[in-house]
Structures are given as structure tokens and as C-alpha cells.
Design a binder for this molecule. Structure first.
Ligand SMILES: [Zn+2]
Length: 105
């Protein structure tokens, strides 16, 4: 697997993800749950069809997102995206920046 297929964003250390459901269902698959959340959020915001395959997202083996169930996070992001569609893009970018900047240390 190419090294650049791993997520290197700071969001993988966000405490936001610490309380999210763990996944033991797919051993060997460690898709970055934070990337999945953001993908779901953007898909919901844009009223795109919900994805059932997240294999396009990078993996993560570090931080708080490790072993988190990516599909649960995608679905959570999607439902939030649908709810906040009416926010303007400036507010959305602030939200994403805030979430990416939340770091435990
Ligand atoms: Zn990520």
C-alpha cells in the first residue's frame, strides 16, 4: 500500500472522535474516521446520494480515529450535513477548521 494513502491531517488527533463507536467488524480496514466524517458532511450538505463504499478515503493508524467505525462517522456527518445545509460556506469552513484544529496537545 502506498504511503500517501494514509491520512496525515491533524483531525486524526481530535478529541471529538474519542467517544465514537469502535469498529471491530472489518479487521485490516482502518479508514480515517475523521475523513469519513468530513466526506459525509460535505455529501449531506450537497444533497449527494449517501455512499456505501468508503474505500476512496485514506487509512489512519494514529490518533483518536484509530479503530473508529468510519461508516458510522460518515453517516453521522451526512445527517449533520443535511441539517446545516442552510449555513453559508464561510460558517462551514469555520466549522471544519475548528474540528481540524482540535488537538489533544
Ligand atoms: Zn483523515
Amino acid at each position: 500500500m502506498p504511503h500517501n494513502n494514509f491520512c496525515s491531517k491533524n483531525h486524526r488527533y481530535s478529541p471529538f472522535y474519542e467517544s465514537m463507536p469502535l469498529s471491530q467488524a472489518q479487521p485490516g480496514r482502518h479508514i480515517c474516521a475523521a475523513c469519513a466524517f468530513e466526506d459525509g458532511l460535505l455529501n449531506g450538505l450537497n444533497c449527494l446520494e449517501k455512499k456505501t463504499d468508503l474505500s476512496h478515503l485514506p487509512d489512519s493508524q494514529a490518533g483518536t480515529v484509530r479503530h473508529i467505525d468510519a461508516m458510522s462517522l460518515y453517516n453521522l456527518g451526512y445527517s449533520i450535513g443535511l441539517k446545516i445545509q442552510n449555513l453559508d460556506m464561510k460558517n462551514l469552513q469555520k466549522l471544519l477548521l475548528f474540528m481540524s484544529s482540535m488537538s489533544s496537545s
